[in-house]
Design a protein around this ligand. Structure first.
Ligand code: FDP
Length: 340
């Protein structure tokens, strides 16, 4: 029920800040440094949400003249969202390094102090912005602390496997603005109430259904999918399977959010155009995988759990199969049997 928590007994309206503080209270040595990072992300989320909601009124639609590190034309809202996150995070003493889809290299905010590394995709699904389709912000948080003898090893601090994330989450700017986060103790979901300017608790300990008759994939790439994926999709559409329902928004956060709540599977396999998959390990797959696992779901690249992958570069790509445990396992079985 909106605004209540079945588990902690918090009644009435609980804001995300109150929720974070209540969790912090359960850790006697907590200093508030971590809460400060999360509240910085929430502030940026509110700023981005306000811009997205007024996108047709403000001059924020369309492309800039700049191309990002991936060779993609930057959208105006991409830049605005990135700036909002940089600004809201960099003033906070606990922020050591930030890295973003929109930045070529990680930005060292504080050479030695600043306990946390925050990696984000400021506006995922941005090719959908101009046509009023849901977009989102995705974030991943690590503790820094790797030393190389001469001092901090900034790159090693960034390139940590997803299993080491201390928190992750996303904000989806959809029919309402919803935020989901996890610090490794379940997944909690909040809805932005624009009339009070706060994210209010909607549900604690969100669980992903174990099965779900939805498959979500860009079937335009079907001909170049691995054979196992092709056969899985053929099965999904067969009378044997039910058949399943196809749902594909083309905006990862929105497609994943539906999968979290309704169950099913989201797939972005390797394709001829993107042989290593299209999605980014560090700021798309890792945070989504942490939320999925914390909600009882599963995320893999086909063979390895996403959270166990050792990253080699900030912008590396990965195939992604994420969703209900039973559905992800079924895709894996097809890939193993028929060929990956
Ligand atoms: P976009 O290119 O619009 O930024 O990784 C980015 C992403 O969107 C995801 O949000 C989305 O799931 C995927 O790409 C869509 O890719 P296709 O257009 O190839 O289906």
């Amino acid at each position: 029920m909106a605004g209540t928590s079945r588990d902690t007994g918090i009644k009435g309206f609980c804001t995300v800040e109150q929720h974070i503080l209540s969790k912090q209270g359960e850790h006697p040595h907590a200093t508030g440094a971590f809460s400060s990072v999360l509240t910085g992300i929430m502030l940026a989320g509110r700023i981005i949400s306000a811009k997205v909601r007024r996108a047709g009124i403000l001059d924020v639609l369309g492309e800039t003249s700049e191309v990002n590190v991936h060779g993609e034309q930057q959208q105006k809202l991409d830049q605005i969202a990135n700036k909002a996150l940089e600004t809201c995070l960099c003033y906070r003493e606990s922020v050591g390094i930030i890295a973003s889809e929109e930045l070529d290299e990680p930005r060292i905010v504080r050479e030695t102090s600043g306990k946390y590394v925050i990696i984000f995709d400021p506006l995922d699904g941005s090719s959908n912005i101009d046509v009023n389709v849901s977009v989102g912000t995705i974030f991943s948080i690590f503790e820094r602390g790797t030393h190389n003898g001469a001092g901090h090893d900034h790159l090693a601090d960034v390139l940590q496997p997803g299993r080491k994330q201390v928190a992750a989450g996303y904000i989806v700017y959809g029919s309402s603005t919803v935020m989901c986060y996890s610090t490794g103790e379940g997944v909690h979901m909040f809805t932005l109430d624009p009339s009070v300017g706060s994210f209010l608790l909607a549900q604690e300990n969100v669980r992903m259904p174990v099965t779900g008759k939805y498959f979500s994939v860009n079937e335009g790439n079907y001909e170049s999918f691995p054979r196992g994926v092709q056969e899985y999709l053929t099965w999904c559409k067969s009378p044997d399977a039910g058949p399943y329902n196809a749902r594909y928004i083309g905006s990862l956060v929105a497609d994943f959010h539906r999968t979290l709540l309704r169950g099913g599977v989201f797939l972005y396999p390797p394709t001829a155009k993107s042989p290593k998959g299209k999605l980014r390990l560090m700021y798309e797959a890792n945070p989504i995988a942490m939320i999925a696992e914390q909600a009882g779901g599963k995320a893999t690249d086909g063979t390895t759990d996403i959270l166990d992958k050792a990253p080699t570069s900030l912008h590396e790509r990965t195939p992604l199969f994420v969703g209900s445990v039973r559905e992800v396992e079924r895709v894996q079985e097809y890939m193993k049997r028929v060929g990956g």
